[in-house]
Structures are given as C-alpha cells and as structure tokens.
Design a protein around this ligand. Structure first.
Ligand SMILES: [Cu+2]
Ligand SMILES: [Zn+2]
Length: 245
C-alpha cells in the first residue's frame, strides 16, 4: 500500500512537471501550485474512493462516531454517550451530520455546550490525547472545519441535524480517523478576548469523545426520518408563533 502511495505521488509530481523539469513544464508556470494541488487532491480522491463509496452506497460516503465519556472524567460529571453520524455525496457534496447524544443534566440552565472535531483519533489518555482542533488551513477558531458551535440539551439529550458543513469525508482533508469532542462549557466563538478563545473557544473540560470511522448507510437511514419529522414540527411551530393574529 505504501509502495503504491509512493508510486502514485511520484506519478502525480512527474505529470505536473516537478520531477521532469522539461520544456513542457514551463507551460504550467502560470499556476504550478494550483496544478500540483489539483493533482495531489485527485490522487487522494482516487486512493480513498474504493474504501468509502461504491455503487452500493449510491456514491455516498457514510461515517459514524460512537461517543463515550472520557476515560479520565470525574464520576460527578455528565456521562455523555451516543452517536454522531455523517453523510456526504461523492465527491463535492456538502457534509451533513446528525448528533444523537444523551447523558446531560436533566434540568440544565446552561446556555450551550461546544462540539468540535479534534486533530487526532488518539483516545489513549481519554479525550485529552485527541490534541487541539483539527486545523488544516491554520486559521483561528471558530473557522476550523469541525467547529460545530453550541448545542442545547433538552431532557438530558441533544438531537440535532446540521447540513452544509465545511468538513469533508473525502480527499486530503478527510475527517475520518480524527475525533469529535463534547465539551462541558459553551464555545465563546472566538470572542473571549484571549489566545485560547482563538484556538478552542474556551469550551472547558472534555466530557466525551469518539473516533470517526467509515460505516454503511443503515444508521443514517434509521435516524433520518425522526430528525426530519422533528424539524418539520419545529418549523411549523415557529411559523405558528411568528404569524400575526
Ligand atoms: Cu473541542
Ligand atoms: Zn475551532
């Protein structure tokens, strides 16, 4: 596999003129970086393509994350469990996510809890070994691809659908193998006025986490009808309450 990857990269670079240095390469001088980026991206897409999607998955990628309380969490903290599900059509569809979490305090007056994608899928020291926010483009929080914002729990649960997200399952910036962390505190969305705010939103302790892995469509299809129904009900209710008498 490594040999294959090496050969693929060499092929990609030689096609872009980097390891050739001949006349033809000069014609790409306008945008050599763009050219390389596109070729490397295509290579990655081709490498990841067979393991994630197929005709059976209708050219759609699915991923799951089985949330468990951090192994070093104090017993008096909320023990959050559940599932985060992802769906994205190949190759350029927007990522959709379903959050289905349980174990928050039943009567919480908290304004919200932060959820992010973190860089590493390493949970060997609980959620603390997952490192910082996944930040491939070296930007400030809250502009990381996995800055999902704040979530309110209701009856101890968070059940939420989000579409049109920045993160992706495909290509060189795939989130597969990275982790999701559920925090104790609210995300200040970069407005905290200190360094940590621009790195992690001062979201506090890591309550629970999981590693994102490839899955089939079953869990998504099982959860989607309920989520869609709830959204419809909420939109109808909002419409009722905002309509003038
Ligand atoms: Cu986080
Ligand atoms: Zn962030």
């Amino acid at each position: 596999m490594l040999l294959f990857l090496y050969l693929a990269i060499i092929l990609g670079l030689s096609a872009s003129g980097i390891v050739r240095g001949d006349e033809e390469a000069d014609s790409h001088r306008d945008s050599p970086l763009q050219d390389i980026r596109k070729k490397v991206n295509d290579l990655w897409q081709n490498l990841l393509y067979p393991q994630l999607i197929s005709k059976e998955t209708e050219w759609t990628g699915y991923a799951t994350c089985e949330v468990k309380p951090s192994s070093n969490l104090d017993a008096n903290k909320p023990q959050v469990t559940g599932q985060v599900l992802f769906r994205q059509s190949y190759p350029n569809g927007k990522l959709e996510v379903i959050f289905d979490l349980d174990g928050f305090p039943l009567h919480s007056n908290q304004s919200g809890r932060a959820i992010h994608i973190h860089e590493l899928g390493d949970l060997s020291k609980g959620c603390d070994s997952a490192a910082g926010h996944y930040n491939p483009f070296k930007v400030n929080h809250p502009h990381h691809p996995g800055d999902f914002g704040n979530f309110l729990s209701k009856g101890g649960k968070i059940r939420k659908y989000k579409g049109n997200l920045l993160a992706t399952l495909f290509g060189p910036y795939s989130i597969i193998g990275r982790s999701i962390v559920i925090h104790e505190q609210e995300d200040d969305m970069g407005k905290g006025g200190n360094k940590a705010s621009l790195e992690n939103g001062n979201a506090g302790r890591r309550l629970a986490c999981c590693v994102i892995g490839i899955c089939n469509k079953n869990s998504w299809e099982k959860n989607l009808p309920d989520i869609t129904e709830r959204r419809k009900r909420r939109i109808t209710n909002e419409h009722k309450t905002t309509r003038p008498n």
